[in-house]
Design a protein around this ligand. Structure first.
Ligand SMILES: [Zn+2]
Ligand SMILES: [Zn+2]
Length: 103
């Protein structure tokens, strides 16, 4: 696998689908917010920091995903320790203290 770009990794097509399946596997097919079946991968960091890597993706259901995007749910409490670490590291790198949550 090509991982030469440590910054802003973006994937398309098959690679993205494979990553999505890894997210589903890690999160056991469940929405990490409400515990129902999850069908969508939400990007934890978005905008200029949006990356397609497993730490930046959280499996959610359509319902919770819509709420996250409507700023009705903060996702930080639902992140895994390694994801919080990833977010902190990225935010330190960028010297910007933006809240996480919505793409
Ligand atoms: Zn949900
Ligand atoms: Zn999203």
């Amino acid at each position: 696998m090509q991982l030469t770009k440590p910054h802003r990794q973006r994937l398309t097509g098959k690679a993205l689908k494979k990553l999505y399946l890894q997210v589903v596997h890690r999160d056991e097919g469940l929405c990490q917010i409400c515990g129902k079946i999850g069908q969508q991968a939400h990007h934890v960091l978005y905008g200029s920091k949006k990356e397609d890597c497993i730490e930046n993706l959280l499996l959610v259901c359509g319902n919770c995903h819509a709420k996250v995007h409507a700023h009705l749910i903060a996702i930080e409490p639902y992140l895994r320790p390694e994801q919080l670490e990833y977010v902190e590291k990225k935010q330190r790198l960028n010297h910007i203290n933006q809240p996480t949550g919505v793409f």
